[in-house]
Design a protein around this ligand. Structure first.
Ligand SMILES: [Zn+2]
Length: 279
C-alpha cells in the first residue's frame, strides 16, 4: 500500500497500491499524490509494472501518474510500455463537472501536444496504451475481463462516485483475488456486489461515518460502515481492508469496526502507507 489516504494532506499519501504477483510488483492501482515517495520508501521496483488501473480521475487518485512514470523512465534501459485502464469520459451538465476519458487524460499528459509529451522519449522510449472502460452503472452489467497474462486476470465493472466516472477492479491470480471498490456511493454498490463475490481481499474506501455522523453531501460520494459490512458479508470476502481513510474514520475506528461487525464477521484491517497485505 503506497497511499492509504484521500484528498486532504493528513499525513497519508493519496490512494495508491502496488500489486505484487509471485513477489514481483506488476500492477499499479491508482496514483495519488505522495505515492512516489512511498514507492521509494517501500524499495519496490517499477521495472515490471506495465499495468495501471485508475479507479477514477480525481486528483487524489491520478495526480502522481507523471512522477511515477518518470521514475520508471529514469530506471529503465529498454523500451517501456504501459497499459493504462480507467473510466470513459463524461460531459458535465448543470453542477456536474466534465471528465475526460482515460485515453484523453493520457493524451493531455503524455501525448505529442501533452503537458509532459517529452517523456515519450526521455531516457527510454515509452508507449502508453490507454483503455477506456464504460463507467455508466447498468442494472444488467456483468464484470468484463480487461487484461489477462497467464492466470493473472483483471476484470472491471462500472462504479459510481457521484458525477465522476468510476471503475471497480478485481485482480485474480492463483486462486486469490483482490477487489478495489474505489471511491463509491450507494448507486455503485450493486456492481460492487457483482464483482466482489468470493473475493479474498476487499479493499473498501472508507470516508464517512454512519448517518448522520458525516456531512450529508458526502453520502452522495461515499459508503458508510454499515453498508460496507453488508457488502463484505454478502461477498463472503475473506478479509476487508479499509482504505482512503479520512481523519474522522481514524478518530472513530472502534465505532467503525462495531458497525461493520454487525454483519461482517471476517477480519478488518485499517490501511496504512507502507502496509503489506496478503490476500
Ligand atoms: Zn478519493
Amino acid at each position: 500500500m503506497l497511499g492509504s489516504g484521500g484528498p486532504g494532506a493528513t499525513g497519508r499519501a493519496g490512494s495508491s497500491y502496488i500489486v505484487l504477483v509471485d513477489g514481483t510488483p506488476r500492477i499499479l492501482v491508482d496514483a495519488g499524490p505522495g505515492s512516489f515517495a512511498r514507492l521509494g520508501e517501500a524499495k519496490l521496483s517499477l521495472a515490471k509494472v506495465d499495468v495501471v488501473l485508475l479507479t477514477h480521475l480525481h486528483i487524489d487518485h491520478a495526480g502522481e501518474l507523471p512522477g511515477l512514470f518518470k521514475a520508471r523512465a529514469v530506471s529503465s534501459n529498454g523500451p517501456i510500455r504501459f497499459q493504462v485502464f480507467g473510466p470513459d469520459g463524461r460531459k458535465g451538465s448543470g453542477d456536474d463537472a466534465s471528465f475526460p476519458s482515460t485515453s484523453r487524460f493520457v493524451d493531455l499528459l503524455f501525448g505529442p501536444e501533452g503537458a509532459f509529451g517529452y517523456l515519450r522519449d526521455f531516457s527510454a522510449p515509452m508507449t502508453i496504451q490507454p483503455t477506456d472502460i464504460p463507467a455508466t452503472v447498468r442494472t444488467d452489467a456483468t464484470p468484463a475481463k480487461v487484461y489477462a497474462d497467464g492466470d493473472l486476470v483483471v476484470s472491471a465493472i462500472a462504479g459510481h462516485h457521484r458525477d465522476a466516472p468510476a471503475v471497480i477492479y478485481r485482480i485474480d491470480h492463483a486462486g486469490k483475488s483482490i477487489t478495489f471498490s474505489g471511491d463509491i456511493d450507494a448507486e455503485g454498490l450493486p456492481d460492487l456486489r457483482r464483482i466482489s463475490r468470493g473475493t479474498s481481499l476487499l479493499v473498501f474506501n472508507s470516508v464517512v461515518l454512519d448517518p448522520p455522523g458525516s456531512p450529508t453531501i458526502l453520502y452522495t460520494l461515499h459508503t458508510p460502515p454499515k453498508a460496507i459490512g453488508e457488502v463484505a458479508e454478502e461477498a463472503h470476502a475473506g478479509k476487508l481492508l479499509l482504505s482512503h481513510l479520512s481523519p474522522v474514520i481514524d478518530k472513530s475506528q472502534e465505532a467503525v469496526l462495531a458497525s461493520i461487525a454487525r454483519r461482517y464477521k471476517g477480519s478488518v484491517v485499517f490501511a496504512a502507507d507502507g502496509l503489506n497485505v496478503a490476500p
